[in-house]
Design a binder for this molecule. Sequence first.
Ligand SMILES: [Zn+2]
Length: 493
Amino acid sequence: MTEGDPGSGASAAGPRVGETVERFELERAWLVDPVSGREGPGEIVVTDGILESVVWLEGDEAAGVTDAGVVVAPGLFDLHAHFREPGFEDAETVATGSAAAAHGGFTTVALMPNTSPAADDPSVVERIRSAARASGSPVEVLVYGAVSAGRAGEQLSAMGELADAGVLGYSDDGAPVRTAGLLRSALLYAGMLGLPIVEHAEDPELTAGAEANEGYVASVLGLAGWPTAGEVNAVARDLAVLADALGDQPAARLHLTHVSTAAALDLVRRARAAGLPVTCDVTPHHLAFTDEWLAGARRWAWEALGADGSPRDPWADGVLTAVPYNTSLRVNPPLRTAADAAACLAALIDGTADAVATDHAPHTVVDKEVEFGQAASGISGIETALGILLSLVDAGRLPLARAVAALTTGPASVAAASARTAGMPAARPRGLIEGAPADLVVFDRSDNWRVATESLRSRGKNSPLIGRELPGRVLVTIASGRLAYADPDAGSE
Ligand SMILES: [Zn+2]
C-alpha cells in the first residue's frame, strides 16, 4: 500500500485476507487511542504485521486534518454475536460471520453458545474454533459456554471443562438463566473458575406471547405488548442473586447484555454505585431505533424524542415512510421507546454501560418472511454497528472518542473484570500501541456506504437499514497483524 492511500490495499499488489500486512502507511489521518485517551492528527506505519510507529502531528503538519475524514482506531471488539455454527449454517457460519465482522471493523468477536448442539461442552467449543481457523480470517473468535446443559435451564453445563477449554464466560443467551437457584449456583461456580455469567435478562412469564414493546405503538399496531417489567424484574432478580452469591464467592461476576430500558439501567447504575461487580452493554439498535419503526417511522431514536423527554407521536408527526410490521425489526429485547433509547445513550456516556455489543443475530429469509409475531428475533447488525454509532457522533449526541471506547476498551474492561479472562488476550489494552501486532480499523467519516443485501457479508440480510446510507465506510481492518478486510472500491471512486 502506498502512503496516504489507505484504499490501495485492495489492489492486486496488496495482501489478501488472512495474509500478514507487510507494509501499510497512513499519513495525515485522525487517530483515536482510547488507552492513552488521546485523539488527533497523526500517522501510522505497519511493518510485517507490527504497528511500528504512531506519530502524533503538531502545528503546520497537522493543519487541515480533522476528525471528519479518515480515522484510525483500534480493532473493534464485539462482546455478543451469533455466528450460528454449528447447526444453523443457512443463517451464518463462522467464516461468513468473521467476514461480516471484519467489514464492520471488528477484529475480535465473542460468540454466544446457542448453537445446535449448544456450546455446553468443550467439543463444541473446539468445533467453533476449528471453523475459525479454517475460515482463514484473522478475526479472533472467542466463545462463551452455556450456563446449563443444552441451555435447558435444568442443570449446570460442564463448566469446569469449558473453563479449561478457554471460554470467555457462560451464558444461556436467547433466554435468561431459568431460575434464581440455578443462577446462584452458576455465579458461585463461575466465580470460583474466574469467569463471568453473561445474562440475557428477561422474565419469560411476563413476555410469553409478546411481540412488541408494550405501549402506544404496540396498541395501535395490534401487537401483543412486551412490558418493561419483563426486563426490569429479571435485572432485579439477577442483581439480588449476585449480591447474595458474593457472600459465599467474592469472585462472582455478572454481565448483563443488551439492557434496553431506562428502569433496568437505573437498577444497574445503583448496583454499581453500591459496589456490586456488575457490568453491562447496550446494543446499537436499542440506541438508534425505537418501536415506532414497527409502524414505519425511520427517524433515529434521538429525533423521536419530544422536548419534554417523552416519545413523539409518529402518526401525528406524519413520519411513517416505510411499510409497517417489517420483521427485521423483531428483536429480543424489543425496540423500546425514544426515552429508553435516550437512557441507553445516557448510560453509555456516564459509564453505566461499559460497552456497545451488537447482538448480531443473522436469520434466513424463511425465518423472517412470516407474520410479525412469528418471525425469529434478531437483527443482522455487526456490519452496521460502527455506522450507527457514527450517526450518533454526527448528530452531536456522542463524542467520537466515547464511541470508539465503547467498541474497544469498554469490552476489554468487561473481559478484564474476571480473574481468568483478565489473563486472556481479549482483555489486552485496545490502544494504538507501538511495537504490538497491528490491530486496527481505518474508516472514512466523510464517505457514506449503502446498506444492501449485496453489501452485507453476513448471510443474514435481516437489517432494517437495508436501502439506507450510513457514515464511516470501513477502508481497512487489520487483525493481529493480518489483513481482515480491505474495501474493494476504495481508491476507485
Ligand atoms: Zn439475548
